[in-house]
Design a protein around this ligand. Structure first.
Ligand code: FAD
Length: 440
């Protein structure tokens, strides 16, 4: 591959802020609210024209996992958000499983309102493309570079929280990350979600994921799809999970069926994923209509704005969460959130899924949000430091939100105390989070 040198440019510094949150998904918009409510001037930069990440961009639902055995395990700002969605007819919040089906349009509205009400400076349609290292201070960033219709610009920030899902900022800054620690380096497959209307939902038994069973897939449909795949008529598929996930309307179902192996941080691979899953969606729909009577009048309402990314980069943090931490919970001195979703790993080679159920809530250490060598960068969401197995549980949305609140609060405290992310007192962070309703 030939190379070309880009000429040096002077960039306009368009904002100065205490805390800059990059990426407005479940982790990012909650992180921004938390930082602002804790007194930091806060900016949130998102590449799309709305917030919600995989929940709205990817139509991924339900939101897992707010409860374990009926008990709330994620409180604070994430729970406030869910309750507000429910009051606006945008969520079903009381399922004992803690899986929350929702309306993505209500999600976009409430997330945006809560962000703006908390005083966050929201910048949409801005892509984070780089960062500038503070002079003579390893591990400390002074600016993040964005690109938008306004051109290439810089934002100065005291603290930066990477909530891009793909650890874009951490990778640009040169912090270590891994894609997967399985033998083949395989990541979980990408999936283009879609929503169908005209389904006879009264006749589908487990429309709501009200049970603690993520393995639940539509069995009759699964068998029919598997037969068609064996005959070479259909592509690889997952599930199919055909439930009230990113819809709560009668007659509507969100479909998690397509499955594409690839590398979500390689633009060619991403392009192929978009093209193939879109082709696959149109192969699957007529078949689904034909196989099951409750689907005979079904029609496509919409597909996700982009293919859903389950797994890409995970940072190497001061602490790496492991399967042991998930299955045999330990009381970390800096525990900042809880999870209970099964270890849930989808194969990208076939339609299988590896699931290990979690018996009791586990704790998540603040140190798993701190990249090794970082002075003023934290991460939250699906790019935290975890082994592939631990990640299989921690990657779900409620846990990303809880870590968002932890990172936003931590960043505001670091600004207040003028300290590095690795120097923050975990006990103080836990105390502030607890006072503010988080379950740590
Ligand atoms: C097919 C599939 C099924 C899933 N099933 C479930 C489920 O049933 N329940 C559940 O709870 N979770 C599920 N998940 C997992 C969950 O959706 C994600 O792990 C979660 O959304 C991660 O949140 P996040 O905020 O870390 O990242 P994301 O949701 O990926 O959000 C990242 C945000 O950052 C923005 N961004 C990215 N890069 C940049 C950049 N360079 N500049 C500016 N903005 C940027 C993105 O546009 C996005 O808004 C599923 C995921 C997939 C793909």
């Amino acid at each position: 591959m030939t190379k070309v040198k880009e000429s040096e440019k002077q960039l306009q510094v368009v904002a100065e802020t205490d805390v800059l949150v990059c990426g407005g998904g479940p982790a990012g918009f909650i992180a921004a609210i938390a930082a602002a409510r804790n007194g930091a001037s806060t900016m949130l930069v998102e590449r799309y024209g709305f917030l919600g990440g995989m929940a709205t961009v990817g139509l991924v639902g339900p939101i897992s996992k707010f409860r374990c055995k009926g008990e709330l395990i994620v409180g604070g700002i994430p729970w406030e958000f869910i309750q507000r969605m429910e009051r606006n007819n945008g969520a079903i919040a009381d399922l004992p499983s803690g899986n929350i089906p929702f309306d993505p349009e209500v999600y976009k509205l409430i997330a945006m309102q809560m962000v703006r009400e908390s005083g966050v400076d929201l910048l949409l349609h801005a892509y984070v493309v780089g960062c500038i290292q503070e002079e003579k201070q390893d591990g400390k960033l002074s600016h993040v570079i964005i690109e938008s219709k306004s051109g290439r610009q810089a934002i100065h920030a005291k603290m930066i929280i990477d909530c891009t899902g793909d650890a874009d900022v951490a990778a640009q800054a040169g912090f270590d990350f891994e894609r997967s620690n399985s033998e083949e380096g395989e990541t979980q497959p990408m999936t283009l979600y879609f929503r169908m209307g005209g389904v006879d939902t009264d006749r589908i038994d487990k429309l709501l994921m009200s049970h603690d069973d993520t393995k639940y897939a539509h069995q009759r449909m699964k068998e029919a799809l598997a037969r068609a795949r064996a005959d070479g008529l259909l592509p690889n598929f997952g599930g199919p999970w055909l439930v009230h996930g990113s819809t709560i309307q009668k007659g509507e179902v969100s479909a998690n069926v397509t499955r594409f192996p690839g590398n979500a941080i390689d633009v060619r691979s991403l392009t192929e994923a978009e093209c193939m899953t879109r082709e696959n969606m149109f192969q699957l729909i007529p078949f689904m209509k034909e196989v099951l009577p409750e689907w005979k009048d079904a029609y496509l309402i919409s597909s996700s704005t982009q293919v859903g990314i389950r797994e890409s980069r995970r940072i190497k943090g001061l602490y790496q969460m492991t399967a042991d931490d998930i299955l045999t919970p330990q009381p970390f001195p800096d525990s900042v959130g809880k999870g209970a979703h099964p270890i849930d790993i989808h194969s990208s080679k076939d339609n299988t899924q590896h699931v290990v159920f979690v018996e009791e809530p586990y704790n998540i250490a603040y140190r798993s949000l701190v990249p090794v060598g970082s002075v003023n960068v934290l991460v939250a969401g699906r790019c935290v430091s975890a082994t592939k197995e631990a990640f299989g549980s921690m990657r779900v949305q409620a846990q990303c939100m809880a870590l968002g609140q932890a990172a936003g609060t931590a960043a505001a405290l670091c600004v207040r105390h003028d300290c590095a992310v690795h120097g923050l007192d975990g006990a103080e962070l836990r105390e502030v989070l607890t006072i503010q309703g988080a379950i740590v």
